[in-house]
Design a protein around this ligand. Sequence first.
Ligand SMILES: *Cc1c(COP(=O)(O)O)cnc(C)c1O
Length: 241
Amino acid sequence: MDKRWARPTLRRGLSAEDHIAAGLQGVRKRVVAAAVRAGRDPGSVRLLAVSKSKPAAAIRAAYAAGQRDFGENYVQELVQKRAELADLTELRWHFIGGLQRNKARHVVGVELVHSVDRAELAVELAKRVEAEGQRLSVLVEVNVAGEAQKSGCAPEALPAVLEVIAGSNALRAEGLMTVPPAVDDADEARRFFAELRALRDRHASALGRGELSMGMSHDFEVAIAEGATLVRVGTAIFGAR
Ligand SMILES: *Cc1c(COP(=O)(O)O)cnc(C)c1O
């Protein structure tokens, strides 16, 4: 793990806003460098700033520094921050957390839901989005390592979830998302990222843009090497939670 940007301590003399801008700039540089090392166009990797548990002011600071895509994990936080930050007209919200069916209506209107992981949730989301006369882009979250107690569908269950989405006019599947097992060395996550990419390739015809949402603060460079198109970074931008 690269500790430079994960370190929660404030650098002396920097305001909280400057600290976030510096964190963002450091992560952007690392994203570009990782893409170049992998022989990829840096423009093919989108940085998502994960702002869970961070106040609206932190999001404003990142927005002022040019960040536009933000990820939230909890419905209640999303609803509250969406209202508080409605004046930031170019801000795009992503929902990346576990979603209960009875909260599905609250994510209607976001840019992308990364965490559709079961057919029943897709059915409910489709119903809610349709009722609002809208469309919603989603990713299917896959538990590639088959960890118990972890969100994400089993790779074998992916076709059934995709079938529900394909049968709805309201939902569009644009790719896959995963959170690999916690490992000490980011390189150990590589095979899980490669597995998600292989699944994406196998189901490419049902996955629109073929997005791969994978990689967090401690492993986004490895994820980019394995084809990530969306990296979800919190701590390395905003500091420890
Ligand atoms: C919290 C979270 C992140 C960001 O994690 P960091 O280690 O802070 O970068 C990314 N994805 C998901 C699903 C998360 O819950």
